[in-house]
Design a protein around this ligand. Structure first.
Ligand SMILES: Cc1ncc(COP(=O)(O)O)c(C=O)c1O
Length: 391
């Protein structure tokens, strides 16, 4: 690793050092720059092969992939979809695009992912079957699907979620955006539900500038996804559209970048895991700092390495530490604001949320770029150790 003074350290920036130039130049040279082309097919195949799923459908971004997944599974206006309270906002927004409502479930205190026990409790105790429909007793809306989000690189405990979803006839969409390559009990995330979605925006494990992928083993769902993302075109020549469709296709240029990034994915994951080990070595014995766990059934990719700051033990709170880090040229950021507290979702039902609120007040994500240098990481560790107040 190169020496020299450490200046600003960003949170998470792309790593572009493979065949991106070659493949994108090929698009430009051959004039295949738009939403069809060889690279779209190659990126989709490479992604499907990597996960071991039958179908991968490239989309313009991850939010669009979630929107289409919800449509595919029949979510309609005034239905409900269960999602975790601690997540980036995209899945909740996608639910609202359809006029449906998220129901927020708390997260587990150890894994920080959707809490399967609270999900089971909610479904068993707060819902009723009415005329063959599963109805949330509090809102009198029909629940159609569960949408666990594998946040920060760590998988959700999926088996109990799949089991309860099976019992209650609910479809499962995984938002695996932040955890590409992570394993849940020897199975890759994104292969466990009916459909899974990924994003390739700039800070994700691999990036296409902006982009997304919808994956499924169900051929009819994949076929319909392609139809819906291509303006629902029924006749190529006469421009017949029998349904409202969407212009959600990924361009060949972006797919070319995605293919090049896929070639490096395993290397990038390895780099993130090494960074996590070094963070653990540097921070885990510091009183008041809680490092992320990898549950025994999980193999995390540590997309964004996130710690909790216990103010009583550490001496200052997460937001004061955040300011100090920023003042030292280190970009860090808190967890997302718990979704159930955001304005657009105030009419949504939320079930016993406590942990998400605490994690939000204590959590800080640290610089996690694949290319983060050792001396940069050392600087962050040094600042966090130095700011700990003596007891
Ligand atoms: C969990 C999660 N879901 C969905 C998205 C949305 O993806 P995009 O920005 O590609 O629409 C993101 C991040 O951007 C995310 O972190």
């Amino acid at each position: 690793m190169g020496g020299g003074p450490v200046s600003n350290i960003p949170l998470c920036v792309p790593e572009i050092r493979g065949n991106e130039w070659l493949y994108i130049k090929d698009c430009l040279d051959t004039n295949w720059v738009s939403s069809v082309g060889e690279y779209v097919n190659r990126f989709e195949s490479s992604f499907a092969n990597y996960l071991g799923v039958r179908h991968a459908v490239a989309c313009i971004n991850g939010t669009a992939a979630i929107h289409i997944s919800l449509l595919l599974l029949g979510v309609q206006s005034e239905d409900e979809v269960i999602i975790p309270a601690l997540s980036f906002v995209a899945p909740a927004n996608a639910v609202r695009y359809l006029g449906a409502w998220p129901v927020f479930i708390d997260v587990d205190p150890n894994s920080w992912q959707m809490d399967p026990n609270k999900l089971v409790e909610f479904l068993m105790n707060e819902c009723d079957w009415v005329d063959g429909k599963l109805i949330n007793r509090h809102t009198v809306r029909q629940i159609k699907a569960v949408l666990p989000v594998h946040i920060l690189g760590h998988p959700v405990d999926m088996d109990p979620i799949l089991e309860i979803a099976g019992k209650f006839d609910l479809r499962v969409i995984e938002d695996a955006t932040e955890s590409l390559g992570a394993f849940y009990k020897k199975r890759k995330v994104g292969t466990l539900g009916d459909i899974a979605c990924f994003s390739f925006n700039g800070n994700k494990l691999i990036t296409t500038g902006g982009g997304g992928m919808l994956v499924t083993n169900d051929e009819s769902l994949a076929k319909r996804a392609r139809y819906l993302i291509t303006q629902a075109k029924d006749d190529q020549l006469e421009y017949i559209h029998n349904e409202v469709g969407y212009n959600y296709r990924l361009s060949n240029i972006q797919a070319a970048m995605g293919l090049a990034q896929m070639e490096k994915l395993d290397e990038y994951i390895e780099a993130k895991r090494k960074l996590a080990l070094r963070w653990n070595e540097g921070l885990s014995s510091l009183p008041g700092v809680v490092c992320p766990i990898s549950a025994k059934w999980a193999k995390s990719v540590f997309w964004l390495y996130t710690i909790l700051i216990n103010k009583d033990k550490y001496g200052i709170g997460s937001r004061e530490l955040l300011k100090e880090l920023n003042d030292s040229g280190i970009q860090a950021r808190p967890f997302w604001h718990p979704l159930h507290l955001l304005k657009p979702f105030k009419n949504s039902y939320s079930y016993k949320i406590e942990i998400a609120n605490r994690l939000y007040s204590e959590g800080l994500s640290l610089p996690s770029s694949v290319g983060l240098k050792q001396e940069e990481q050392d600087k962050v560790i040094e600042v966090i150790c130095r700011l700990k107040k003596e007891e």
